[in-house]
Ligand binder design. Structure first.
Ligand code: PMP
Length: 357
């Protein structure tokens, strides 16, 4: 840290992304990427792309991609916001909607970017504890008169709340925004997008990173009523008007055309998830009911850290969090069937060797 950093950032800790190791080839099950390649048509467009055009700025309005997303989700282009990954949307939402003196609320166990982004902008925040079974109690969020971020499915638990409950939360906080972070919605949860037509305080954010095999391309989008989208646009035009690059924009357009390919892959992930849960349970794991492309699992005897470390030594990377309430768990991305078989086989070795806490 230099001596020039603003006083407010002196003790500020930034977000720590999952490891992206370069030293060896791991079976990488730690950052919820897709095991499937982008659709063949996307790769073809990439191969044939006129790179000379990269000297030109992209369309800052993203009109063509917005049109495609709007028709896929049954909304208008004016209801769509495009971003450089969906983290960007969370950032803009805090910038735009979390006024001084207001409080942002989210679950105690959730995506750890939320408290960082709130801290960055000096927004006050409060957390609401998950229930003992790690589920969200929707009633805790009804009528609280505060801005709310909830991922559905939640991360890192993978657990969902019902659309009726989301509607109750949105309806009973009419003077605050509710942002439903649907980064993992395509793996079996119900989307709140249709509710955006009914409520002017609901923002739904999604990403191409997980279900559309595009984490490296960085494309997120939000759907909401027009005024909310205009507010997000204001933040974007005031920070980085060309936040989605030309190549990503083009590839994302083709990805929308290839939606069936991606939704088929999401079904495969759900099947592999079911298989993985069964296998983990046989090894003595308790696995939370997940509708995401990851599972959150703890072992009956071995500690979360032990399993994480030993898997890493054996070439498999999963995500371990050290906070008290979830330190017994590991978050395991659902990869290909082969990757999951490797995981299970390595776990058998690890547990057979040492087993206990
Ligand atoms: N929301 C949640 C709940 C996530 O887990 C992630 C991925 N870390 C994101 C949003 C952001 O993903 P991206 O910026 O790649 O769209």
């Amino acid at each position: 840290m230099s001596r020039f950093i603003r006083a407010r950032y002196k003790g500020f800790e930034s977000y720590t992304p999952g490891e992206q190791p370069k030293n060896m080839e791991y079976v990488k099950l730690n950052t919820n990427e897709s095991p499937f390649p982008p659709a063949p048509a996307v790769l073809n467009v990439l191969k044939q792309a006129d790179m000379e055009l990269l000297r030109l700025y992209p369309d800052p309005t993203g009109a063509a991609l917005k049109e495609k997303l709007a028709s896929l989700y049954g909304v208008r282009a004016e209801n769509v916001f495009l971003s450089n990954g969906s983290d960007d949307i969370l950032n803009f939402a805090v910038m735009a909607f979390c006024d001084d003196g207001e409080t942002l609320v989210f679950p105690d166990i959730t995506y750890s970017f939320y408290d960082v982004i709130a801290g960055l902008h000096g927004a006050k925040f409060e957390t609401i504890p998950l229930k003992d079974d790690m589920s969200i109690e929707p009633g805790d969020y009804c009528g609280i008169g505060k801005n709310i971020f909830i991922p559905n499915p939640n991360a890192p638990t993978g657990m969902t709340i019902a659309l009726e409950d989301i509607e109750s939360i949105v309806k009973t906080n009419p003077d605050n925004i509710v942002l439903i972070d649907e980064a993992y919605v395509d793996f079996g949860a119900d989307s709140a997008v249709p509710l955006t037509k009914k409520y002017d305080n609901l923002i739904v954010s999604q990403t191409f990173s997980k279900s559309r095999s595009f984490a490296g391309g960085r494309l997120g989008f939000a759907i909401a009523n027009r005024e909310l989208i205009d507010d997000l646009e204001k933040m974007k035009y005031s920070t980085n008007p060309y936040n989605v690059n030309r190549l990503t924009m083009r590839l994302a357009e083709v990805s929308v055309d290839e939606n069936d390919y991606y939704m088929e892959n999401c079904k495969k992930i759900q099947e592999i998830r079911k298989y993985t849960v069964t296998e983990l349970e046989k090894l003595g794991f308790t696995v939370l009911p997940s509708k995401a492309n990851f599972v959150f699992a703890k072992h009956e005897t071995a500690s979360g850290e032990h399993i994480y470390e030993k898997l890493k030594d054996n070439g498999v990377l999963v995500r371990h969090f050290t906070s008290e309430r979830i330190k017994d768990y590991n978050r395991i991305t659902i990869g290909s069937r082969e990757q999951m078989d490797t995981l299970i086989e390595r776990l058998k070795t690890i547990l057979g060797m040492e087993g206990t806490k």
